[in-house]
Design a protein around this ligand. Structure first.
Ligand code: SD4
Length: 293
């Protein structure tokens, strides 16, 4: 099966995000705008506790966000450990478009946001996040929880009608992480990688396990060497399991990939990962296969 255009996003919340991306792509033909606008929907979704300022905070009770965006010609931008910004993906876009850099972090990212006219949001947790944080504080145990309600980090990868690719990724990271912790999502090559010559990949799950294998870059390179998107995702999961074998039963990670011909693939460590697929004439939510069953 081959599709062009094609948009894939992680988890259930990928459906409304893809809807928006599809709309923007059709209206403007701009694929980078499409992947930015698409995940902005998720950044505002109050039901989602893993993306945006309403997400679960770090162990100090502060929501800190990571995001990245990449175009298939190698342009990319990201922000990490940023506070008070409602749309970190748009800030990542500004880093890409307006600075000589790829990545801005923390206070510097916030200063850049202010300079670009982004409003600073009050540092108040959403009611749901505040409630869960309060419960968590009783024991204060850090433990990554896999597959939280089927919506987690959003990673979106897209192939345009002209054969060009783009992707975006945005998250509040792991709940109750150490203050200052940065995951895979803003790391180009870990949470997201896009190359017009080959294809694109994105990741969700325990960021540390994904960074360790340069997951998204690995998948694109495997596709460059001739693997299908599905084979490449499966090999990345195999590698991830090998490098994280000690506690693999507690580690979930999932990958999505597309190649420039419009083939796609997905694979995860454990069951529960799903993704949204939009193409001409249809959209669906698909359950990914996994290494463990
Ligand atoms: C991270 N990959 O920061 C992200 C987490 C995720 O919220 O996918 N879920 O490690």
């Amino acid at each position: 099966e081959k599709f062009k255009p094609l948009i894939l996003s992680t988890w259930n919340h990928g459906m409304p995000a893809n809807d928006r991306a599809w709309e923007v792509l059709n209206a403007t033909g701009n694929l980078v705008d499409a992947v930015e606008e698409g995940v902005k929907v998720t950044e505002l979704d109050l039901e989602n506790l893993s993306v945006g300022l309403q997400g679960l905070p770090d162990r100090e009770g502060i929501a800190t966000l990571d995001a990245s965006i990449m175009a298939g010609d190698g342009r990319c931008g990201s922000v990490a450990f940023v506070r008070q910004i409602k749309h970190p993906i748009s800030l990542a876009r500004k880093v890409m478009d307006l600075t000589p850099h790829v990545m801005l972090a923390g206070e510097g990212a916030r200063q850049f946001a202010i300079a670009q006219g982004f409003p600073l949001e009050p540092e108040v947790l959403s009611p749901k996040a505040a409630e869960l944080y309060k419960e968590w504080k009783v024991k204060s145990e850090y433990k990554p929880v896999i597959n939280i309600e089927n919506h987690d980090t959003i990673g979106m990868i897209a192939l345009g009608p002209d054969g060009k690719l783009a992707g975006s990724c945005t998250t509040s990271g792991l709940a109750y992480k150490m203050h200052g912790r940065v995951g895979d999502s803003p790391i180009i090559g870990a949470g997201l990688y896009v190359d017009d010559e080959v294809g694109a990949a994105t990741a969700t799950g325990l960021g540390e396990s994904i960074i360790r294998i340069c997951g998204s870059f690995l998948i694109v390179e495997l596709m460059r060497q001739g693997r299908s998107p599905q084979e490449a995702c499966e090999e990345a999961v195999r590698r991830l399991i090998a490098k994280n074998s000690a506690n693999i039963k507690d580690i979930q990670a999932g990958f999505l990939a597309i190649n420039k011909d419009g083939e796609y693939g997905a694979f995860a460590v454990h069951p529960g990962f799903n993704f949204a697929r939009h193409q001409q004439g249809g959209k669906d939510l698909i359950d990914s296969k996994s290494s463990f069953t």
